[in-house]
Design a binder for this molecule. Sequence first.
Ligand SMILES: NC(=O)c1ccc[n+]([C@@H]2O[C@H](COP(=O)([O-])OP(=O)(O)OC[C@H]3O[C@@H](n4cnc5c(N)ncnc54)[C@H](OP(=O)(O)O)[C@@H]3O)[C@@H](O)[C@H]2O)c1
Length: 268
Amino acid sequence: MNIQGKTALVTGASRGIGRAIALELAQQGVKRLLLVARNRQRLAEVATEIKAFGVEAVTLAVDLTQPIEVNIAIARAWRAHGSIDLLVNCAGVAHQTSFLQSKMPNVEEELALNLMGMYTITRLVARRMANRGEGTIVNVSSLMGKVAAPTMATYSATKFAILGFTKALRTELAPHNIQVLALLPSLTDTDMVRELNLFRWVVPMTPDRVAKALVLGVRKQSPEILVGWQSHLAVWCDRILPWLLQKVLRMAAPKDNQALRLRRASPR
Ligand SMILES: NC(=O)c1ccc[n+]([C@@H]2O[C@H](COP(=O)([O-])OP(=O)(O)OC[C@H]3O[C@@H](n4cnc5c(N)ncnc54)[C@H](OP(=O)(O)O)[C@@H]3O)[C@@H](O)[C@H]2O)c1
């Protein structure tokens, strides 16, 4: 896809990877950017940065877990600003915990945003793209959508699901001339990971690097955009030597003190 002169909508655009993607798309020549997230102030700041590149920026402050709110915002945006050529579903949330200590509200939040939020906006935009007979959709999964990681079971589950969703839509929407791709970043230095206990030996990459990979992947229409050699190695290892990867993951995973305490305290 040639992104020059196109209109793109990016969710999760107020910070982190989504913000970097919006800025990279602006630098690479899109005409208009629709920026989606909840925080109005942060969205306005990103819009100001984008306008400095001579690109039109529109902010849509919505909570993607609220389908009615999203429905109204997309209908209004389409009417006021015309069609969307590229949808980048980047908003997401992650909770890290030992599975044995996991809490239902955290799991519900991951499902509500990572899966249901993505479903809601994708359906609204894809229907309109299908009517026009063109469009590109990029769903942000994760390396954890290919390689399941201890302490991130429910987040991993949503990211695996996003890959399934993406593959199904790729086939189903192809007759409408809609391309559906997945972006799979590995550990990236954003607010999301500042709260996490990091895995050993994994060096975070910058959001800018992920954004550049996305733009290249969209140009080449790569079905799955992996970022960085560590991701390629991990996916290759999972395919060829899954037992080795399991061993490495066990060694690299953050030590789960609470679960260990629980195991020691439990009767034999
Ligand atoms: N960072 C990593 O290491 C990494 C690795 C692989 C994949 N990913 C994926 O990359 C994506 C972006 O992650 P990130 O690291 O950039 O995270 P981040 O810095 O925490 O940013 C999350 C973004 O999602 C938005 N958001 C959160 N809840 C929302 C809601 N209910 N409605 C609308 N927007 C919402 C946030 O904006 P507001 O708070 O303003 O709403 C923010 O813009 C996620 O899908 C994540 O799973 C991240």
